[in-house]
Design a protein around this ligand. Structure first.
Ligand code: XMP
Length: 515
């Protein structure tokens, strides 16, 4: 059977992982916040519902609940962690605050058979799982049976097979629960009865016809950043509506060495899509003069970008639609932001962030996709691997890797050092192991000695991190020989730098970029 799954999000840090695993299994799913308009749930026509974990206790004042509608839909339900406690609480079991909290790795023993544990039998089998909960279940609802236990919980998993409702007190979605992927697949395939039918190739055809329907004969503008999201967006739209699409590339002069030119060359050579390139590097440099506050820098770049994009866009007569490479993670974030007072760490800016002032309707063909799915779609569309696997690059570019005010001189120094660093990383075959690597130029000078002369030049920092989505990151452990070889090359080849350091902080407490 072909169908789809709703994941109801109660605020766990790892809910997104559930969605990714379900999609990887070939089943389409979407995340909805627990307090979403119920009509959206009704209209989604889900074949099954997963309730995520969350930071609450069922006894908290205003603790979120499973809407009755979910039970009335009469489809299979899987509750995870807080979702399982809610099931228990709302269906007549007992959840109690516990002295002993269960966090991290623990072992479950499978005590009874059920469809969810289908491939994990025999009974008595022990599996490692990852727990993260405070309250404990002391009685399961009438009609349910205990399926698995841990040393401190007799109800690590419980089920009512007739009603097709299942609870897991642990997190199957994290990698520390090795059997988790199998449990989720058992839910979608065995319990719900779905077949694997969703993949980016089939999505591509669907989305192309959706764009055609939305846009009709109108013209569409698409801003290109040089990155993969805006490029995939443009290619999909071009496949849908051909020359009704015009792309605009604003060169802010803040990209890495040669990347703006290289991207333009590749785009023009490879694709027959109208492209307007506006070299605005002078305007950006002038506007940034004397600004050293990171937030003001970001806002200045963001605003100027919009003005320039807008002025180019106004030259295209009759353009009614604006294409953006909004990803599903952005959609989820903005949905959850509506419920939480967020602290701004940095005002992110990218081409996908054009504001409503442009009064155009949006086309967002990637808004249901995760980054790895966009990469897969990019491959499907024939985008070269060198572009697909390129490290993420921030919208404000090198301006936020150059601490203090931006000048042409410092930009040249930074670009040269950055190019050497990347060259060494590529030569060492390390590029694909690293999430992001770049040079930061500090606004301080130190004394050095070169030949027999004293130098008084800038200090730069090498930064390289591993990460899986940029939300958290660890510094990359280069061999010392690599660091010393790179430092020697930078100091010898870049006039203006006489000292190189390596940043060994993780995120948190630091961030990946320095500004
Ligand atoms: P931080 O520095 O916040 O960065 O740890 C997390 C990820 O976001 C990227 N980044 C940006 N991307 N526009 C973007 O498109 C921005 O303004 C921006 N600021 C940071 C950063 O490179 C890292 O991948």
């Amino acid at each position: 059977m072909i169908g789809r799954i709703i994941i109801m999000d109660f605020g766990s840090q790892v809910t997104e992982l559930i969605a990714r695993l379900i999609r990887k299994s070939g089943v389409y799913c979407e995340l909805f916040p627990f307090n979403v308009d119920l009509n959206l749930i009704k209209n989604f026509s889900a074949s099954g519902v997963i309730l995520s974990g969350g930071p609450y206790s069922v006894y908290d004042k205003n603790a979120p609940q499973v809407p009755n509608l979910v039970f009335e839909m009469n489809v299979p339900i899987l509750g995870i962690c807080y979702g399982a406690q809610l099931l228990c609480h709302q269906l007549g079991g007992i959840v109690e605050q516990s002295e002993k909290q269960e966090f991290g790795r623990t072992e479950i023993t499978i005590k009874d058979s059920c469809l969810l544990f289908n491939k994990l039998l025999p009974l008595g089998r022990v599996e490692t799982v990852w727990m993260s909960h405070k309250d404990r279940i002391t009685a399961i609802p009438p009609g349910f049976k205990s399926v698995a236990t841990t040393p401190s919980s007799p109800f690590a998993s419980f089920a009512n097979e007739q009603k097709r409702i299942y609870g897991l007190l642990f997190h199957p979605e994290v990698e520390h629960t090795p059997c988790g992927n199998q449990l989720l697949r058992n839910f979608t395939y065995k319990v719900v009865g779905l077949t694997s039918s969703w993949n980016v190739a089939s999505y591509k055809d669907q989305v192309i016809s959706k764009i055609r329907k939305q846009v009709g004969n109108s013209k569409v503008l698409c801003g290109l950043s040089g990155g993969i999201d805006s490029l995939v967006t443009a290619l999909l739209i071009h496949k849908a509506i051909g020359d009704q699409l015009t792309c605009i590339f604003v060169d802010n002069g803040l990209m890495r060495s040669g990347e703006a030119k290289e991207f333009n060359r590749l785009f023009r050579r490879q694709y027959n899509i109208p492209l307007i390139t506006r070299d605005a590097s002078e305007e950006f440099l002038n506007e940034l003069e004397g600004i050293d506050d990171p937030e003001i820098k970001r806002k200045t770049i963001g605003e100027l970008f919009i003005n320039i994009f807008d002025s180019e866009a106004s030259k295209i007569e009759g353009a009614k639609f604006l294409a953006q490479g909004t990803l599903y993670t952005d959609v989820i974030e903005s949905l959850s932001k509506t419920n939480s007072p967020l602290i701004t760490i940095k005002s992110h800016h990218n081409v996908g962030g054009l504001p409503n002032v442009m009064k155009m309707q949006l086309v967002e063909p990637l808004r249901e996709l995760f980054k790895d799915e966009v990469r897969a779609l990019g491959r499907e569309l024939g985008i070269p691997d060198s572009l697909i696997n390129r490290h993420p690059f921030p919208g404000p570019g090198l301006a936020i890797r150059l601490i203090g005010s931006v000048t042409r001189e410092k930009l040249n120094i930074l670009t040269s050092a950055d190019a050497i660093y990347l060259d060494e990383i590529r030569k060492a075959g390390l590029y694909d192991e690293i999430w992001q690597a770049f040079v930061v130029l500090l606004p301080i000078r130190t004394v050095g000695v070169m030949g027999d002369s004293r130098t008084y030049d800038y200090v730069c920092v090498l930064r390289a991190v591993t990460a899986s989505n940029g939300m958290t990151a660890d510094y990359y452990k280069f061999p010392h020989e690599f660091l010393s070889r790179t430092a020697t090359r930078i100091v010898n080849e870049v006039r203006g730098i006489n000292r190189v350091t390596y940043d060994v902080t993780s995120k948190p407490p630091s961030t990946i970029e320095w500004e």
